[in-house]
Design a protein around this ligand. Sequence first.
Ligand SMILES: NC(=O)c1ccc[n+]([C@@H]2O[C@H](COP(=O)([O-])OP(=O)(O)OC[C@H]3O[C@@H](n4cnc5c(N)ncnc54)[C@H](OP(=O)(O)O)[C@@H]3O)[C@@H](O)[C@H]2O)c1
Length: 178
Amino acid sequence: MLRVTRAAGRDTVLVHGASGAVGVSLLQQLRLLGARVIGTASERGADVVRRFGGEWVAYGDGLEARVRSLAPSGIDVALDCVGTDEAVDVSLAVVADRDRIVTIAAPARAAEAGFAAVGGAQPASKAFRDSVRQRLIDLAGAGQLEVPVARTFPLAEATAAAELLESGHPGGKLALVP
Ligand SMILES: NC(=O)c1ccc[n+]([C@@H]2O[C@H](COP(=O)([O-])OP(=O)(O)OC[C@H]3O[C@@H](n4cnc5c(N)ncnc54)[C@H](OP(=O)(O)O)[C@@H]3O)[C@@H](O)[C@H]2O)c1
């Protein structure tokens, strides 16, 4: 998401779903770049967004106006980890350049409106992820990238872990423990 939008330290970035597993990784990587980040979540996710360096804004009715009032001079980049029509519509409304909008959860809207959607099943996206995985592991090892673990499972319960993963919103990474 950061690569396809060319996110950089001078940017003001809107992250939809900033308290989730993908969102907190983006927040931390954007903090390392030095970017200003406004992150959406419900009220229960506000502290998580702030802890990882974002400015929290509630999603729901009036989101566009709240975002505009936090960033009157504009949003440069929108990263959508939610995929709702609200997240897509607000991204399209506040970001002038569609090349700087990306989603991981609304591919049909992206195709229709002409912005990027990325996913691990796309060969280019998979190759890029493979190429940066070690860098992310190094950042985690150096204490610069926290990866919240929602739950651990004994290895023998891997099937239950896979079922939770398939549910779509495990609320963090799942770890299998030998
Ligand atoms: N394309 C890919 O490569 C890829 C990779 C990983 C994940 N995904 C997809 O990306 C999405 C996010 O994954 P995740 O693991 O980060 O999920 P997650 O940990 O469950 O986080 C979901 C985030 O979305 C927010 N949210 C929930 N309902 C919302 C709504 N109606 N409007 C706005 N925000 C809402 C949550 O905030 P609250 O908890 O405060 O409501 C939270 O910040 C999922 O759909 C997942 O399937 C795609």
